[in-house]
Write a protein that binds this ligand. Structure first.
Ligand SMILES: *[C@@H]1O[C@H](CO)[C@@H](O)[C@H](O)[C@H]1NC(C)=O
Ligand SMILES: *[C@@H]1O[C@H](CO)[C@@H](O)[C@H](O)[C@H]1NC(C)=O
Ligand SMILES: *[C@@H]1O[C@H](CO)[C@@H](O)[C@H](O)[C@H]1NC(C)=O
Length: 379
């Protein structure tokens, strides 16, 4: 069970030929830097460091992680590039280095995201015995903790108030996705209705984090919503045996779990609207994570995916390819022949091709503020 929880919940190469560099009217790159906060969907290499602190098993350091693009495990939760990697490429920036695993400059980007991170502080869950048992999760890596890491780093990035203002105003801040781990840990122990009651608390925490970043000088923030958890293989596996009426008929997703995500995304968008009204000189972009995944789940053929779209590429025997005793990265795990024909890589995480699709959707919105075409030159 412990291995399943790990595998299920966790949640420089430069392609100069495929990256149009976005320039500002005065010339030079549009963004000087990317600062990223999040969980395994954005983590480019912090998780083995943190999991090491707690002696927690972490499969991502082993093959076949990284097989599609990097040809080796890069401590990312996927077979290749993540959404944030495609965003960095498109903006002409280096891949954002993981702050706990990189010994060098963070002037052109810093990635504070850690696999399994929650929006709410770990204490919220431990007080409620979530996920309970012998689990050490959630670890001390919440959004608030990641903000503290940013605040400790800030004096190394810029010195005077004026310098910081000029630097941070030209940096892109990715805040999330946050919420998926808060909900997935909670689903282990609480009813869907109880988990739903946590949503306003999670959204308020994200909203406060954005305020704090704006105070530091952030002027361009991208805030993703959550995924359709009811279509996510770890949730489908955990709740296998739920009566058929609880699933939607076509793709076979759990309706009630998806509804929690829709609720989160609605409250988050309302909160972002309030922040925009309050900070008129700040661009705050909502990035839809739910919609692009539902599109891929509902029309797999349109995206070149196999019919059984809820089946993971890498894992063990079982209906969704997920098995507590055989997680991806385990010697006994199997990998599908063609990861580009799958939506899900190892559970909650998407394959590189799916990440690319989500990134294209987000870049469409990000670049609509700069008036630049987002089409990448090469596939
Ligand atoms: C970081 O780099 C410096 C200078 O090269 C070196 O002295 C230090 O040991 C390195 N630290 C780590 C954690 O690798
Ligand atoms: C969590 O991490 C933060 C930042 O590194 C630290 O200040 C805090 O004391 C830690 N909390 C616990 C409970 O370990
Ligand atoms: C998980 O894998 C084990 C070992 O391969 C197998 O015996 C078991 O039936 C699998 N569980 C499911 C639910 O398929």
């Amino acid at each position: 069970m412990h291995k399943l929880v790990c595998a299920a919940l966790f949640l420089l190469l430069s392609l100069s030929w495929s990256k149009p560099v976005i320039t500002s009217p005065s010339g030079g790159p549009r963004y000087k830097s990317i600062f990223s906060f999040g969980n395994s969907f954005a983590d480019t290499g912090n998780n083995p460091v943190v999991f090491g602190w707690y002696s927690v098993f972490d499969p991502v350091t082993r093959p076949p992680y990284g097989t599609t693009f990097f040809s080796r495990p890069t401590d990312r939760n996927g077979d290749g590039r993540l959404i944030i990697d495609f965003i960095a490429e498109n903006l002409g920036l280096p891949y954002a280095p993981p702050t706990l695993a990189h010994n060098g400059s963070f002037r052109r980007g810093a990635n504070f995201a850690v696999g399994a991170a929650t929006a709410l502080d770990a204490g919220f869950f431990h007080e409620r015995d979530i996920p309970g048992g012998s689990s050490k999760f959630p670890l001390n890596t919440s959004l608030g903790v990641q903000l503290e890491w940013f605040e400790s780093m800030k004096p190394t990035l810029c010195r005077t108030a004026r310098e910081c203002k000029n630097f941070l105003r030209r940096s892109l801040f990715l805040v999330g996705e946050f919420g998926v781990n808060d909900y997935h840990f909670s689903f282990q122990r609480k009813t869907v209705q109880e988990v739903r009651s946590f949503v306003p608390h999670v959204v308020a925490t994200i909203s406060m984090a954005i305020e704090r970043l704006i105070k530091h000088g952030a002027r361009m923030l991208v805030v993703p919503g959550v995924i359709p958890s009811g279509c996510s293989p770890p949730i489908l596996t955990k709740f296998a045996g739920t009566p058929p009426a609880a699933y939607d008929s076509k793709p076979g997703c759990l309706t009630a779990h998806n509804e929690v995500g829709l609720h989160h995304n609605a409250l988050l968008q309302a909160a972002l609207g309030k922040l925009r009204a309050k900070h008129r000189n700040v661009k705050i972009i909502y990035a839809d994570f739910f919609g692009p995944i539902m599109d891929m789940v509902e029309s797999p053929h349109k995206f070149g995916f196999e019919e059984d779209v809820l089946m993971v590429c890498c894992g063990g025997p079982g209906r969704y390819g997920m098995n507590s005793t055989v997680p991806c990265g385990d010697a006994a795990a199997t990998r599908c022949r063609d990861p580009s024909a799958r939506l899900y890589w190892d559970g909650v995480h998407l394959t590189e091709v799916a990440n690319r699709h989500v990134a294209d959707v987000w870049l469409g919105v990000i670049n609509s503020f700069t008036g630049v075409s987002t089409k990448q030159g090469a596939k």
